[in-house]
Write a protein that binds this ligand. Structure first.
Ligand SMILES: [Zn+2]
Ligand SMILES: [Zn+2]
Length: 142
């Protein structure tokens, strides 16, 4: 289920966060909302290539949007920051990710797909300050 926000709503959301609603910020947020999966800076830059913005601008936009809480940064262990949209449908809290060891695809998993036993885990895990990443082969690579 993908519900795309209209650019005008995105503009209001950016302004609501005290940011200037520049066309590149709107495009970056719109893209990440529509794919609803984590994307790296180069993924985003490749997709927005026909736009008038250079990669450095897009990177700054990603960082800025993450700072105000519209995006979340995640590192699935390959030292590449991936960004995903936080919205009403995508919980702001951390959720597990699946990483394909063959093609590098990253997918969001439902929070309930990984159960931790509260009694046996460090406090940080109970407070969900730790990110969970599952590794394996995706359907395409199997
Ligand atoms: Zn794969
Ligand atoms: Zn995710």
């Amino acid at each position: 289920m993908t519900r795309r926000s209209k650019p005008i709503e995105l503009r209001d959301e950016l302004r609501g966060k005290g940011m200037r609603a520049t066309p590149s910020r709107i495009a970056v947020l719109d893209l990440l909302r529509s794919v609803n999966e984590p994307m790296s800076h180069s993924d985003v830059a490749d997709r927005l290539e026909q736009g008038a913005w250079d990669r450095a601008t897009i990177y700054r936009n990603l960082v800025d949007l993450a700072e105000v809480g519209l995006l979340r940064r995640t590192d699935v262990g390959d030292h590449v920051w991936r960004f995903e949209a936080i919205g009403s449908e995508h919980e702001p809290k951390s959720h597990p990710h699946f990483v394909c060891t063959e093609c590098g695809t990253v997918e969001c998993l439902p929070e309930t797909s990984v159960a931790v036993s509260p009694a046996k885990t460090p406090r940080a895990v109970r407070q969900r300050e730790v990110e969970v990443h599952l590794r394996g082969l995706c359907d395409d690579c199997r």
